[in-house]
Design a protein around this ligand. Structure first.
Ligand code: UDB
Ligand code: ZN
Length: 182
């Protein structure tokens, strides 16, 4: 089982690499990794499991965050109508997006970032994501609201982008990855 000990933190170069495409159909090993990632996100939302293993309640995870530079993401999140978006995806791609932007009112955090970085992170309000599911089916997902933001945050990780890179006017020192004078 994956725990917070497996989550790579900012400053590790793997988070800044462009991850490699996954060869499909996915190998047994890649399937196992992606299933573990989805289980981690689900577990982290189960109060009992989260308490027992000291997990931050997560809504998504990208493979580089566990040190694997491959294009795989796991998302488990509900929209405002309590519709669940629970997916493990290989090679996810934003194939179209709105001109309209949105953001989370309180900014964003990240499982790989152990500090608060204040500021608005602009995201597309609506996106269409295509990819291959854990079950081996091609999907095309039309997303808005929180699920759209989570998929954009996770796909950014596959391209070496951290949420604070997108905060405008953020002081350069807050964007530094080893902030404690290192
Ligand atoms: C998260 N969770 O999982 F707006 F009900 C964050 C952490 C870092 C705070 C655990 C989160 O934002 N939950 C949330 C947000 C809401 C409403 C709600 C729950 N991630 C995942 C991550 O780091 N993936 O790489 C960060 C999120 C920030 C925006 C999208 C992903
Ligand atoms: Zn993140």
């Amino acid at each position: 089982m994956l725990t917070m000990k497996d989550v790579i933190r900012e400053g590790n170069p793997v988070l800044r690499k462009v991850a490699a495409e996954v060869n499909l159909p996915a190998s047994d090993e890649d399937q196992e990794i992606l299933q573990q990632m989805l289980d981690f996100v689900k577990n982290s939302q189960d109060p009992e499991v989260a308490e027992k293993y000291d997990l931050r309640p997560g809504v998504g995870l990208a493979a580089p965050q566990i040190g694997i530079s491959k294009r795989m993401i796991a998302v488990h999140v509900e929209d405002e109508k309590e519709k669940l978006y629970s997916y493990g995806l290989y090679n996810p791609k934003i194939v179209s997006h709105s001109v309209e932007m949105t953001h989370l009112e309180n900014g964003e955090g990240c499982l790989s970032v152990d500090r608060e970085v204040p500021g608005i992170v602009p995201r597309y309000a609506r996106i269409t994501v295509q990819g291959m599911t854990l079950e081996g089916e091609e999907v095309s997902l039309r997303l808005r609201g929180l699920p759209a933001i989570v998929f954009q945050h996770e796909i950014d990780h596959l391209n070496g982008i951290m949420f604070y890179d997108r905060i405008e006017g953020l002081k350069d020192k807050m964007k530094r990855e080893l902030p404690k004078g290192l």
